[in-house]
Ligand binder design. Structure first.
Ligand code: ZN
Length: 84
C-alpha cells in the first residue's frame, strides 16, 4: 500500500505516533497508522485532504482493512487466552 506524495511525487508512508502507542499500546499505534496523516521523506507530514479524491478512497478502504485486521487480531488473541 504505497501512495505518492501530492507535492513531490515521492512515496509516502503511514504516520507513526509514539504517543498513540504509549497511551493505547499496539492498538493505538495501529489505529493511528490507519487514520492518521502520512509522512513524506521530503515534505514531512502530508494531510489526507491534500491527496486526490481517488487516492483518498483507496486510503479509506486500506484504513478500514487495517482496523478490521486489528480487531480480528485482538479477537484471535482473546480467543487464544480463553483456551488456557
Ligand atoms: Zn513530498
Amino acid at each position: 500500500m504505497a501512495y505518492q506524495c501530492p507535492r513531490c511525487g515521492q512515496p509516502v508512508r503511514r504516520g507513526y505516533s509514539r504517543t498513540a502507542q504509549h497511551t493505547a499500546g499496539l492498538i493505538g499505534a495501529l489505529f493511528y497508522a490507519a487514520f492518521g496523516s502520512f509522512q513524506c521523506a521530503q515534505c514531512g507530514a502530508v494531510a489526507r485532504s491534500e491527496f486526490p479524491a481517488e487516492v483518498r478512497t483507496r486510503m479509506a478502504t486500506g484504513s478500514f482493512l487495517m482496523a478490521f485486521g486489528g480487531i480480528v487480531l485482538i479477537g484471535f488473541v482473546l480467543w487464544l487466552a480463553s483456551k488456557r
